[in-house]
Design a protein around this ligand. Structure first.
Ligand code: FAD
Ligand code: DLZ
Ligand code: SF4
Length: 509
């Protein structure tokens, strides 16, 4: 009898055609899937995030079995569960005659380090397959980055457009004559009519059991299960995708940066958990978006804007994660060291923009990009919160959060803690930007027009104080020349009032 190949499949590898299964015959392999303390506990994940991943894993295991694969599935409550990937491989090797281990590369350095030990530990050859769900391999990204002074997303994105031929005309030129319609993605939302609401999927028996399990074992984790709404199978994720393409995509472009009180989703896709864990294929999705444009059903700024997020930002962020290495997480360019305020875990603050973004995060394990960047991220940046604490929070609370995608977005794009590898300037703003892009300020107890005084919007003094505190590190940044000129010209008394306003706010945090 031939020895079997053991194929571990992790919780974010739920794609039917994951590369570790490529060219393999079901009779020769054993797939191993495991619910693990190590993975559910390396940060305090939002309850709904754990429930989503475990339920999607259980459904995926069944669908692999239906397709003829032998799947060994270890549940969290199994008394013999060792709690770790390595422990479960060891147990599987005891149960079966295993001649080789084959695995698709993982999504983070932590797990990669673990896998690299397996060959020696188990005396079994281990092959690590590239993750074919991404367009650019690590080598492709390094080749592109080599010798460049600045790694700007825009130029990488154009390469990906050429590679996929998405939204190119017959001559290989960008559709409509421009590569990027970002300037057409910034309308504030006026009316609330016609905002599509995401589909809510009813819990089947499998999800019901998982919800019980998570409620019992993770009651000390943030977030609630009350609004659990996720698709947990490929079919359900496809239905959610179709709804997005028909109902939200046409306005996605215009309102990509808009925010409205009481409206967590607006015209966003809410597809990131499914794309990141494998229920949806990113390139297929982009092709369908392009088709909608070619059929005349969605405008170019929507199709291009969406495709840019996936083949541009998402791929670029992954490239940075692997290129910068496991020490990236320790960067702290601005030496920020303030603890994360408690309200990040309760939503209880008078700052309405923050209470809205955090409240919906705790309810739905979701906030859209501009909320993550310009509300929770911006506040953490200008208040000088420790990047490690902020990183942990984002990794915990969003259903789509895996380190490869969360870390560069948080530490690099949002907190400028990498000193400008991702962002050409810090995404810092006063209340003015929030007021322009949302209706939050209209319902807030603070006055967005005031810089000092009891009713002044805290973002205003914090913004100037941030520039002041970090002047020696930031003043040479050309893109900040204008605000520094304004600050330097400001009356010294006004500057002192701003400093003391910011200080008393920060001291009270
Ligand atoms: P849509 O607005 O509909 O966008 C479409 C898709 O584009 C998303 O589903 C996502 O796959 C992709 N995308 C858009 N922007 C980015 C980006 N900057 N990086 C990578 N992919 C992107 N995204 C995650 O998937 N996981 C995270 O842990 C994560 N953490 C973030 C932390 C911070 C501080 C910031 C500023 C952004 C983070 N993002 C993260 C990116 C982005 O906010 C989410 O992808 C998006 O909000 C998901 O919602 P959606 O599916 O409705 O996106
Ligand atoms: C995020 C997560 C959670 C919460 N639980 C599990 C789990 O129990 N089993 C599993 O295989 N994967 C889980 N995941 C996703 C993994 O953390 C992710 O797949 C690995 O880190 C690989 O990068
Ligand atoms: Fe946020 Fe300031 Fe607007 Fe209130 S006034 S919602 S704190 S930006």
């Amino acid at each position: 009898m031939t020895r079997k190949t053991l194929i571990p499949i992790f919780g974010d590898q739920l794609s039917p055609d994951i590369s570790s299964l490529d060219q393999q015959k079901p009779d020769d392999c054993i797939i191993l899937m495991a619910e693990l303390d190590e993975e559910t506990g390396y940060v305090r994940h939002h309850k709904a995030k754990i429930a989503y991943i475990l339920s999607a894993m259980r459904h995926h295991a069944r669908s692999l079995q239906d397709r003829g694969w032998s799947v060994e599935y270890v549940e969290l409550d199994d008394p013999d569960n060792s709690g770790s990937f390595t422990g479960e491989i060891a147990r599987a090797i005891e149960r079966h005659d295993i001649g080789a281990i084959r695995v698709t590369e993982p999504g983070e350095w932590r797990v990669m380090a673990m896998i690299e030990n397996w060959e020696e530990k188990f005396g079994t050859p281990v092959s690590i397959c590239p993750d074919s769900r991404f367009l650019a391999t690590h080598q492709d990204f390094d080749d592109w980055a080599e010798g460049k002074k600045q790694l700007r997303m825009e130029f990488f994105y154009r390469e990906m457009r050429r590679k996929t031929r998405l939204l190119l005309d017959d001559k290989g030129k960008p559709e409509g004559g421009k590569w990027n319609y970002d300037s057409d993605n910034r309308k504030p939302a006026k009316g609330r009519e016609r905002i599509p609401q995401p589909m809510r999927f009813l819990a089947d028996d499998v999800t019901g059991e998982v919800l019980d399990l998570v409620g019992r074992r993770f009651s000390h984790h943030p977030g609630s299960l009350e609004h659990f709404h996720f698709a947990v199978t490929h079919e359900e994720a496809m239905r959610q995708k179709r709804q997005f393409l028909d109902e939200a995509l046409p306005r996605f472009g215009d309102y990509q940066d808009a925010m409205l009180a009481g409206e967590p989703f607006l015209w966003h896709s809410i597809l990131s958990p499914y794309i990141n864990s494998g229920l949806l294929d990113p390139l297929d999705l982009c092709r369908e978006v392009e088709e909608k444009y070619r059929e005349g059903k969605v405008p170019l700024n929507a199709a291009e804007g969406f495709i840019r997020q996936i083949i541009g930002w998402r791929e670029y962020i992954r490239g940075i994660y692997w290129r910068e290495g496991p020490d990236y997480v320790e960067r702290n360019f601005l030496n920020a060291d303030r603890p994360l305020p408690d309200f990040y875990y309760t939503g209880e603050t008078d700052m309405l923009c923050l209470s809205e973004a955090i409240g919906q995060t705790l309810d739905f394990a979701y906030a859209h990009h501009i909320q993550r960047l310009m509300i929770t991220g911006n506040f953490a940046l200008i208040a000088g919160i420790d990047p490690q604490a902020v990183h942990r929070w984002y990794l915990e609370v969003y259903a789509d959060a895996y380190e490869w995608v969360e870390l560069p977005n948080t530490l690099g794009m949002s907190l400028f803690a990498d000193g400008g590898i991702i962002a050409s300037k810090p995404y810092a703003s006063s209340g003015n930007y929030i007021n322009k892009m949302s209706d939050y300020c209209q319902h807030c107890r603070y006055d967005v027009k005031q810089r000092t005084g009891e009713d002044a919007c805290p973002f205003n003094a914090l913004y100037w104080d941030f520039l002041d505190r970090n002047q020696n590190k930031l003043q040479d940044n050309n893109r900040l020349a204008m605000p520094y000129r304004i600050w330097d010209k400001m009356d010294p008394d006004a500057r002192n009032q701003i400093r003391s306003q910011a200080k008393s706010f920060l001291d009270a945090l």
